[in-house]
Every structure is written in C-alpha cells, then in structure tokens.
Design a binder for this molecule. Sequence first.
Ligand code: SF4
Ligand code: SF4
Length: 376
Amino acid sequence: MTRRALPLLDARTAETRLCTYCPKLCRPACPVGSAEAREAVIPWGIMRAMHSLTRCEVPEADVPAVAATAWACTRCGNCRSLCLLDNPVAETLLDARADLHASGDAPDEARAVAEGFPQRLARIEEAAEALDFKHIPRGDGRTAWIPGCTSVLFESDRAVEAAEAVARLAPSGGCTVVADFCCGAPLLDAGDREGFLKHARRVAQDLGSYTHLVTGDAGCAHTLKVMYARLGVAATKWERVEHVAELAARNTHLLDALDEPREVIVHDACRLGRGMGVYEPPRAVLRALTGRAPTELAEHHERSVCSGAGGLLPVTRPDTAEALRRTLADEVREAAAGREAVVVTGCASSRRALRAEGIAADDVTMWVARALRREG
Ligand code: SF4
Ligand code: SF4
C-alpha cells in the first residue's frame, strides 16, 4: 500500500489498537454490524481495518473497500455503551473519514455529499425564504431558534407554529428564527473536515451575538454543542446550546395537557441521549402533556435503537440504513402491542425514517407547540 498521510488516524493509534486486542465485547451493540452480519463492519472489524491502514498493511487494490468501512457507522455511540474500555469508536471513525477524504480515498457517495453542500444550503435558504417569521417576538435578542434543516426542507408547514412555541418558552421573551441554516453536519460526516471547519467558523460568526441557541433537532444540537466545542469553533458567547426538549422541560408549567388517547412511546435519539446525556427532558415534557409516563421501547436510554438515519448511512449504505429503520419500526410495533400509538423522538431524521415505515412518529417540538397555553 502506498504510504498515505493519515495524521488524525495516526493520533488515534491507541484507540484502534485497543480494539485489535479485544474479544469484540461490543459486537451486539452495533446496528450496522448486526444488519450486515459481517465481521468487517462490526466496531472491532472497522477499527482493526483503520489500524491496518495506518500501518500500511492493506494491499492497494483493497484500500477503497477498507476505507469505505469508515462510513459503515451511524455514529450512534452504542458500542461505547458496551465497551468496558470506553473506546471512542465513532469519534475515531470521524477522524478516519477526515483523513480518507483528504487523501482522496473517501467513497464516491460521501464525496458527492461534500461537493453538493453549497446546493443543499441554497435549497435550505430558498425553503426558509418562503416562511414568514416577522410576527415572532425577538425578546431581548439573546435567544436564537434553529428549527433544523430537515424540518425546514421537509416540514416547513409546521415551522411557524414551532417558532411561536419557542418564542413563548424562551427566557429572553422571544427568539430570532434562524431557518436558513445548516450546522454543517453533512460535511463532517462526509469527511470534509476543512469544509466543515470553514462553514462552522462562519456559523459561529453569524450567530456569535447570541448567548442561547435552541434547536429542534438532536443532530443539530449535538453538532453545535459537542462537535463545535470539540473542534474549537464554538462562539465564545454561547452560554447554553440545547434541544427544545430541554427548554420545554424547564417550563412545563406553561404547557397545557393534551387530550391524547393514543399510546405515547418515547424514542431516545442517539445524539440527544448517548451523545449529550439528555434522557429525562423528553420524558418530563411527555409526562406533563399526557399526565402519564410515556411507554418505553424494549431498548431505551443508553441502549436505545438507532434509526439508521445518521452518519450518512442512508447515502453510503442505503440497504443497511433501511434494515436499521425496519428494526426500529418493529420495536415500536412491539411496544405498541396492537394499540394505536405514536412515537415521539427528538431526531428529525428518525422521525422521517419511522414515517417511511408507516409508523405514526412525531417530534417534541410540535407537541410543545400543541400544548402551549395561549394565555402563556
Ligand atoms: S470498542 Fe471496546 S468493546 Fe468494542 S471492540 Fe473496541 S475495545 Fe472492544
Ligand atoms: S457508533 Fe454505532 S454504528 Fe458506529 S461502530 Fe459504534 S455501534 Fe456501530
């Protein structure tokens, strides 16, 4: 194999080596490995492959297939919850993607996502322009509401209602709606680290005057709060970056109970739960709205099931992503046990994935909007 510059992966040698000597303890945790039933795409197999890349042990002809396994990951973090050594597999693979993108070894599908990012931004801006937020009170100007690009692109009819709800909950007495926005996660997942950092710095500059960012999407919240900080691009003024469920959970006294006869099932979004440790707020909101604890899926909290919608998996491995979303849909049906049910999640992509499987799925934002007392 030709020697490649893999600086980020070289710096992760301790992590990749750790897996090499491990008896695959986390194997049952990985949704991708379970769906494909191949050793090459369980965490142990992928980390071992990345280790071999850094040691130039992979025959040149095999490099594309080996490199592609860095994208056989939704970044769900489930392997880490079973790893006794707390090995950060998802973070390591994100660094591997960055190196492999830079060395020209990223899969075509991932490269296309990075190259198509400007067009994606233009589509988001166009969708946001069609929405009228002029009546939303801005309060003292400290809070920015970021609906998330999935909502703006695919569910724009509900965006205004959601913004009204957040404006009523925000401690600053209102919010500025930032709808023409993408946190840059697609670039990060594609491996275009340079492009991501450039975009993130621009975001931090544009939103640098706010102290409080609220978003309706778990992926967006995780990127802005965790990844921007980890990669040193968060704005210094950002005091609180949170998901709308966290804001609503502190304000349940403002929420009216809903008349909801369906069984309400809660789904822990990977980025919200394992990614940021936010498990209780969505449950507190649902309890306040329905007067009862939501039904849990068979696997929840740290062991919750990934919908397959993250980490670019639907683009790089669409069949696997579909298998993952079917597994989650089956788990929801099992929890519903024949009753009419709705699943509430904090992840816009999971919601879309479940709906594609014929499951009634909703998000916390809209439930909050439904339940806000008009008299405030
Ligand atoms: S992530 Fe942990 S449990 Fe999984 S293979 Fe690596 S060292 Fe073993
Ligand atoms: S983060 Fe999730 S998808 Fe990625 S290797 Fe770990 S368990 Fe598998």
